[in-house]
Design a protein around this ligand. Structure first.
Ligand code: SF4
Length: 211
C-alpha cells in the first residue's frame, strides 16, 4: 500500500466516523478566530471559549482591542496561560487589522503570516475555516496521528509535516481531514494513554498496527 493509497483510505474512513468534525473554537467573526487561536496555544479550546466571552464583553471590536493596553487584555486572558505574550500579540495583531485592513482579516496566506502572533497553523486554520480555501492545520494531534498512521515517517516539524501531507491529500480534503484528526486524537488515538487501536476504524491500514 502506497502512502497515497493509505491516505485516501484513512480520509474516507475518518469522514464516515466524524462527518461533522469542525473547529471547536467558537467565533462569529473572522477576527475573533484569530484571537481565539492565539489564546489556544497550550490551553484547551473549552477554556478559550469561556475567556473570550469576558474579553469581548469589555472589548467588542477590532478597534477596541487595538486601543486597549496590553495590561488590560492580559488581565482578562491570563487564565489561558502565557498571558503577557498572548495579550501583546492580540493587541499588535488588532492594531494591524485596524490600521491596514479596515478591521477585516485578509484572505491571503502570506498576509496572514505577516500578522503578529500568527504562524502557519493559525493562517491555515483561517484560510480553511473562514475562507473555505485549501488548508492543512498541523497541530499536535495531526503530527502525532499522521506519524502513527504512516502518512509521514518520523517528521515532527509542523511545516515539514504540512508539506508532506500536501503531496498525499487532495486540496479540498485537507481542512476537514485535520478537524477529523483532532477528534480522532481526542477520542481514540490519544496522546497520554496508549492509543485504543482495538476500537479504531483504521486499524487495518494503520502503520503502527501493521508493522
Ligand atoms: S490504529 Fe491505533 S495508532 Fe493507528 S490511528 Fe488507530 S488508534 Fe492510532
Amino acid at each position: 500500500m502506497t502512502k497515497k493509497q493509505r491516505a485516501a483510505e484513512i480520509i474516507a474512513r475518518l469522514a464516515r466516523e466524524y462527518p461533522d468534525a469542525d473547529c471547536s473554537l467558537e467565533y462569529n467573526e473572522a477576527w475573533k478566530l484569530l484571537v481565539s487561536v492565539r489564546l489556544a496555544a497550550q490551553c484547551t479550546d473549552a477554556r478559550v471559549n469561556v475567556v473570550v466571552q469576558q474579553l469581548y464583553a469589555r472589548f467588542p471590536s477590532v478597534q477596541a482591542l487595538a486601543e486597549a493596553t496590553v495590561e488590560e487584555i492580559e488581565e482578562i486572558v491570563k487564565p489561558c496561560g502565557l498571558g503577557h505574550s498572548k495579550a501583546k500579540d492580540i493587541n499588535a495583531c488588532m492594531k494591524v487589522l485596524h490600521e491596514t485592513y479596515h478591521d477585516q482579516v485578509p484572505d491571503d496566506f502570506d498576509r496572514l503570516l505577516e500578522l503578529p502572533g500568527v504562524g502557519r497553523k493559525s493562517a491555515n486554520l483561517i484560510m480553511g475555516d473562514v475562507f473555505g480555501k485549501p488548508a492543512i492545520v498541523t497541530d499536535t494531534h495531526c503530527i502525532r496521528l499522521v506519524n502513527r498512521m504512516g502518512l509521514v515517517d518520523g517528521i515532527k516539524d509542523p511545516k515539514k509535516v504540512e508539506m508532506a501531507l500536501w503531496k498525499l491529500i487532495p486540496q479540498e480534503e485537507g481542512n476537514s481531514f485535520c478537524h477529523r484528526l483532532v477528534e480522532h486524537g481526542r477520542a481514540v488515538c490519544t496522546a497520554r494513554t496508549k492509543p485504543y487501536c482495538e476500537k479504531c476504524c483504521i486499524s487495518d491500514v494503520c502503520k503502527r498496527v501493521m508493522s
